[in-house]
Design a binder for this molecule. Structure first.
Ligand code: ARG
Length: 589
């Protein structure tokens, strides 16, 4: 469908035109339009402009009022205070614009595609092979997935990269152990679930570690095995591949539980850049960006110093010849910029890795791999805290397995759904399905509704609460609308722009019309929490509307249709918005 200009953009356009007519030197000046409590909008850019032009602000504001083309859009515009403008739009415009927005079959609600989309690589959901996923892996997956959805919705060409930890010295140990104990990864049946595969691997890892620590000879064999792996010895590589495959089965089962689509070709882990590492180092050394220091290849920074005042370098190659995390990330940048032709690189990674990325980006800039035309950004996220405000751990002080956490959320949500179903209309199967959608939604929403860089408390009681800023509240708003639409009998949603609107209808309609702006802002700033805030506001305005304006018992058939139309527009906006956060909206709850 054709994109629909929002009321905000239309009002802005008309004010800007009137303003440049009143003050020709302000040809492309911004009237600075904001939503306002006093009227629908307030323009407060005139003050500064008048000052600059040495004009009287109230007079200039008056001239804008005289010149503004109100048409069927603007009901009222008046000067207020020292030179503000208060603008009210017509009831007709609100309904007509929303009707244009919902007159689609593609679910885009009139949101335009970017005129010149670029290519963005999003690096997210990057667990480590042979290790269980823990709560720390939740945020990267959840935030990354939403950022990907948001960017794709705006028309950006997105390349997903799951930079899993699948390379390094611990694999020599594992491979050697598996070689000496070949039956430990055998499965009883063909159908091995991810969690089962992972607990096998976990067991193997622990056994290998025990032997490594207690048996010097094994230790020696394991170390030689790392060298074989890095040299690409076929038998060793095949064994390593087996670990990766087992781990992936597990990763996929967790992503599946998270209701998240991750596809295999996008999993390009640390090992994927192995062939580039030597060249990356050579280029850095030849260009003088990196220098040898005590045998290691290092990059130094004036502003990165340790507590002792000595510079802390980025180590690209260790003195024993081994490559580290930095070499891999630098090689990945070369791949993403030169092969994938990315304009933007986004890394959804824990804030505790901020120094690493600062140094990696700076190194890549010095080497000329990141030019002015490429934007590199760590979308850093904070820590998940327990109720006590400390990093989330089990009572025994261990890290919490992500699957356990998700299962608990699903259990809690299932209980809430069951409790709410007082008339026993849902089957056990339906309760289980909704419990999953509500539980996973609750976890995702709690994560996405706070700005990523902040820590947040993992509080399941709060997360599955029906009141307040939770996904359940939004899901119930959606389900309630669907129930009204089902009960409406003959009456169908239909827009009636000729009707006078209640204040609550106006507020709801205006906010629903602003969906495109909320999406653009959230996508542009990689900030899903802005979309979450928009949706919460939408659901709250709906609640007020529902309290104040009877829908099926409205005064006239036209009013019933028009209110159904507002309900439907709200529901579609909630549905699409939640989808961009990766959250389901069940039709019944
Ligand atoms: N695997 C790493 C971890 O678990 C995160 C990888 C982040 N991405 C990157 N390109 N370094 O901490």
């Amino acid at each position: 469908m054709a994109p629909v200009t929002s009321l905000t953009a239309s009002v802005h356009q008309r004010l800007a035109t009137a303003l440049s007519a009143a003050l020709p030197e302000a040809a492309d000046a911004d009237p600075l339009l904001r939503r306002s409590d006093r009227a629908d909008y307030q323009a407060n850019g005139i003050l500064a402009l008048a000052k600059k032009a040495k004009a009287n602000p109230r007079e200039l504001a008056g001239q804008v009022v005289e010149r503004v083309d109100s048409g069927e859009l603007i009901k009222d515009v008046e000067v207020s205070g020292p030179g503000f403008l208060n603008i009210t739009v017509t009831d007709r415009a609100i309904i007509a614009n929303l009707a244009a927005r919902t007159d689609d079959t593609d679910g885009r609600l009139g949101v335009p595609h970017a005129a010149n989309p670029g290519t963005t690589v999003v690096d997210y959901a990057q667990p480590n092979v042979a290790k269980e996923m823990h709560v720390g892996h939740l945020r990267s997956a959840v935030i990354g997935d939403s950022v990907v959805q948001l960017l794709e919705f705006t028309g950006e060409n997105v390349v997903r990269r799951h930079h899993i930890g699948d390379w390094g010295t611990q694999f020599g140990m594992l491979i050697q152990y598996l070689d000496e104990h070949p039956h430990e990864l055998d499965h009883k049946s063909e159908q091995v679930t991810g969690e089962e595969a992972m607990s096998n691997l976990d067991r193997l890892y622990k056994a290998a570690r025990r032997l490594f620590d207690s048996d010097e000879e094994f230790k020696g064999r394991a170390r030689r095995r790392v060298v074989d792996l890095q040299a690409g010895e076929p038998h060793t590589l095949a064994a390593w591949q087996k670990f990766v495959d087992e781990s992936k089965i597990y990763f996929f089962s967790v992503f599946d539980k998270l209701d998240m689509e991750i596809s295999d070709p996008d999993i390009v882990g640390e090992s994927g850049y192995n062939d580039m590492l030597a060249e990356t180092c050579r280029l850095l050394e030849e260009s003088g960006v990196a220098v040898r220091s005590e045998g290691a290849l290092c990059v130094f920074f004036d502003d990165v110093k340790g507590p002792d005042g000595k510079p802390v370098p980025l180590i690209v190659q260790k003195s024993d010849g081994g490559y580290g995390y930095a070499a891999t990330d630098l090689s990945a940048i070369r791949d993403r910029v030169f092969a994938l032709k990315a304009n933007s690189l986004i890394y959804v990674v824990d804030a505790r890795q901020a120094l690493h990325f600062k140094m990696v980006f700076e190194t890549a800039r010095r080497a000329g791999w990141l030019g002015d035309d490429v934007h590199a950004h760590q979308l850093a996220f904070g820590t998940v805290l327990g109720k006590d405000g400390k990093p989330f751990k089990t009572r025994e002080g261990e890290t919490i397995r992500l699957v356990d956490l998700l299962d608990e959320a699903i259990d809690r949500a299932t209980a809430v759904v069951r409790e709410k179903d007082t008339q026993h209309r849902l089957s056990d199967e339906e309760i289980a399905e909704r419990g999953t959608q509500v539980g996973i939604g609750a976890v995702k929403y709690a994560d996405l509704s706070t700005s990523a860089n902040r820590d947040y408390k993992f509080d399941l009681d709060q997360m599955v609460s029906l009141n307040g800023d939770t996904s359940v509240y939004l899901q119930y708003a959606y389900a309630r609308i669907q129930s009204i639409l089902r009960k409406s009998g003959e009456a169908r949603p239909a827009a009636h722009p000729e009707l006078d609107l209640h204040e609550a209808e106006r507020a709801l309609g205006l906010h629903a019309d602003a969906f495109a702006e909320a999406v653009a802002e959230a996508a542009g700033e990689y900030a899903p929490h802005k979309l979450a805030a928009y949706l919460y506001q939408l659901a709250s305005l709906y609640t007020t509307f529902y309290d104040k304006c009877p829908v099926l018992k409205a005064e006239t058939p036209e009013q019933v249709e028009n209110r159904l139309f507002l309900c439907d527009a709200t529901a579609r906006t909630l549905h699409q918005g939640m989808a961009l956060l990766g959250i389901r909206t069940p039709e019944r709850l």
